[in-house]
Design a protein around this ligand. Structure first.
Ligand SMILES: [Fe+2]
Length: 156
């Protein structure tokens, strides 16, 4: 990598790490908006996947000497991101994931392309969490009784 590429990569790495902390808070906050116990449980699992994704890349963040914003700050931002999503039906929310999240997946692939070889294993694991979220939502829409299986596998 050139020096310029390195700067862009590190900026993107920190951004994506912080986004997972936001994501955990986002799903946790949304869990309070759904009345159905099973849906709340699924949102708790989604939050756990976000935390796991963050934990997966945290060693890279530290290795490169990056300093994320305080988690209290990030969690407040994440909870605010729920905004209009707080009024989604479960079906609307699952559709939202299948429509909007593939673009995030593209961003993760772009991050991998910028990365040094040593960082790739962790970043591929980060990318995979987005695949898992989309897979889950597609299964929910299809009324798959094993919809949480991809989430549970990711958390193993
Ligand atoms: Fe995420």
């Amino acid at each position: 990598m050139t020096k310029t590429d390195d700067t862009a990569y590190l900026k993107a790495l920190l951004y994506h790490y912080e986004a997972e902390i936001l994501g955990e808070a986002y799903f946790s906050a949304l869990a309070d908006c759904f009345d159905d116990a099973a849906e709340r449980e699924k949102l708790t699992l989604l939050a756990a996947v976000e935390r796991r994704a963050a934990d997966t890349v945290r060693p890279l963040v530290d290795k490169h000497g990056l300093v994320p914003r305080d988690e209290t700050v990030l969690k407040a931002i994440g909870a605010e991101l729920t905004g209009p999503h707080r009024h989604f039906s479960w079906r609307q929310f699952m559709t939202h994931i299948t429509v909007e999240y593939p673009a995030y997946l593209d961003n993760f692939h772009a991050l991998e392309k910028m990365a040094p070889e040593d960082d790739l294993v962790a970043l591929q694991r980060l990318t995979h969490h987005e695949v898992v979220l989309i897979d889950f939502a597609q299964r929910e829409i299809a009324n798959d009784p094993d919809s949480v299986m991809p989430l549970q596998h990711y958390l193993e």
